[in-house]
Ligand binder design. Structure first.
Ligand SMILES: Cc1cc2nc3c(=O)[nH]c(=O)nc-3n(C[C@H](O)[C@H](O)[C@H](O)COP(=O)(O)OP(=O)(O)OC[C@H]3O[C@@H](n4cnc5c(N)ncnc54)[C@H](O)[C@@H]3O)c2cc1C
Ligand SMILES: NC(=O)c1ccc[n+]([C@@H]2O[C@H](COP(=O)([O-])OP(=O)(O)OC[C@H]3O[C@@H](n4cnc5c(N)ncnc54)[C@H](OP(=O)(O)O)[C@@H]3O)[C@@H](O)[C@H]2O)c1
Length: 365
């Protein structure tokens, strides 16, 4: 579906290492989403990246290639629209290992470590014998990128959908690396069009959106770091539209970023929700000598968290799937043990049950 850009605002103008944007899109027909769903944004490689890859492969771009789903086309077109260039999938290394009898990676873990932060150009530079169209047959299909929707249709209108994204940009081996979709998104202006599709996520929903009627009136605890705050913008828009719900039930948001001054995303909006009853706790990791993270705030509030959980609170976590997820789950298990008097095994079993019942919901990436 085509969507028209309404606005594309840089939320962190004075923070050059961290470009986080808020983009608003309008669709011609309602997308039919709920807060917690994802939007998929189509990817197209940049002409510069395609030209650099063609040069490394000793190709003009007019050579023909047969792609399984799309048929025959010039290799230039395949690289531009259909093949992943900015990510190095470990599956490619596996194919290379078998095809060329390479012994450079002992197992999948070593392949994943090698692929991390590298792209196809890095691979072609490291293995200069990789030349010609056949190499392109090793590449993976160019996939759309997922973004947590950061709006509620009830609040912004059925035809509008917002996202919060961090532009991927970093230097490695003297070459600037640019995320394919986030770079393209960051260049959009009001009136431009992009190709998007909805992806429903039934595992990240407010209690009021769940089928089980018993759950509808529960407090909510939301934990998000960086762009992980995105779905909670949609949740809170919906929450504070329902005056009765907001008055009778607690909503807690634990938000983490690097600096209060430079990266407090949605500061004004959060202040308004706080005035309307939101329990807001922030953790700015780099504003003091030692790191302070959202899990430190959860620990400080452990007795309130335990009381909320006893009232049937729903717990949500969004953001980094490695560091943040591990740390927050560890602290929650500690809270269940210290405040709830459980053994480690009992706490783990309860957390596991709550995940199955969707009282604990994660959107981590
Ligand atoms: C379910 C889900 C929800 C998501 N929601 C959001 C969201 O709400 N907002 C959001 O911004 N993103 C979100 N993402 C991530 C998003 O889908 C993209 O992966 C991300 O925006 C990068 O896409 P890109 O095309 O710009 O970068 P790509 O072209 O895919 O390049 C990314 C590559 O660069 C590497 N990389 C990135 N940064 C660095 C770095 N600093 N150092 C080394 N390597 C690096 C990555 O490992 C990756 O291989 C979500 C992902 C999932 C799976
Ligand atoms: N190499 C990569 O592929 C790469 C790099 C960056 C982000 N990402 C992805 O992009 C997503 C969003 O990134 P983002 O820049 O918006 O946010 P982010 O990288 O998740 O950072 C947001 C906040 O989380 C803090 N943080 C770091 N470690 C933590 C931990 N163990 N527990 C809790 N908080 C922790 C950071 O602190 P400090 O930074 O001060 O420690 C920062 O204040 C992440 O979820 C991640 O998956 C990928």
């Amino acid at each position: 579906m085509q969507a028209t850009v309404l606005f594309n605002e840089l939320l962190t103008p004075s923070h050059p290492e961290k470009d986080v944007y808020h983009i608003g899109l309008e669709t011609e027909v309602p997308l039919g989403y709920l807060p917690g769903d994802w939007l998929m944004v189509s990817a197209e490689n940049s002409p510069e990246m395609v030209a650099m890859v063609l040069e490394k492969l000793d190709l003009s771009g007019n050579e023909l290639i047969e792609l399984r789903r799309f048929g025959e086309m010039p290799v230039k077109e395949a690289l531009h629209y259909h093949l992943e260039l900015t990510q190095l999938n470990p599956a490619i290394l596996n194919k290379l290992k078998r095809q060329y009898d390479l012994n450079d990676w002992a197992d999948r873990a070593e392949m994943m470590a090698y692929a991390e932060g590298r792209d196809i150009l890095d691979l072609l530079e490291a293995y200069p014998f990789l030349k010609g169209v056949d190499v392109c047959n090793l590449l993976t299909p160019l996939a759309p990128r997922y973004y947590s929707i950061a709006s509620a249709p009830k609040a912004v209108g059925e035809n509008r959908v917002d996202l919060v994204y961090r532009k991927v940009f970093f230097e490695r081996e003297n070459r600037a690396r640019k995320g394919v979709v986030t770079t393209a998104l960051s260049e959009l202006e009001a009136g431009d069009q992009i190709d998007v599709a909805l992806s429903k996520n039934r595992n990240f929903k407010l209690p009021i959106a769940l089928e089980e009627s018993m759950a509808q009136h529960a407090p909510v605890i939301m934990v998000g770091s960086g762009t992980g705050v995105a779905p909670f913008i949609g949740f809170l828009q919906e929450w504070f539209l329902d005056e009765k719900l907001a008055k009778n039930h607690q909503a807690w948001l634990f938000f983490g970023e690097t600096h209060e001054e430079k990266s407090h995303l949605f500061k004004d909006m959060m202040a308004q929700w706080k005035a309307a009853g939101l329990q807001l706790r922030t953790a700015f990791s780099r504003d003091q000598a030692h790191k302070v993270y959202v899990q430190d705030r959860l620990w400080e509030e452990r007795s309130a968290i335990w009381a909320l959980l006893q009232q049937g609170a729903f717990f949500y976590l969004c953001g980094d799937k490695t560091r943040l997820k591990t740390s927050v789950e560890e602290i929650m298990l500690s809270i269940l043990q210290t405040e709830g008097g459980m053994t480690e095994e009992a706490a783990e079993a309860l957390w596991h049950d709550w995940k199955k019942q969707r009282r604990v919901q994660l959107d981590v990436y």
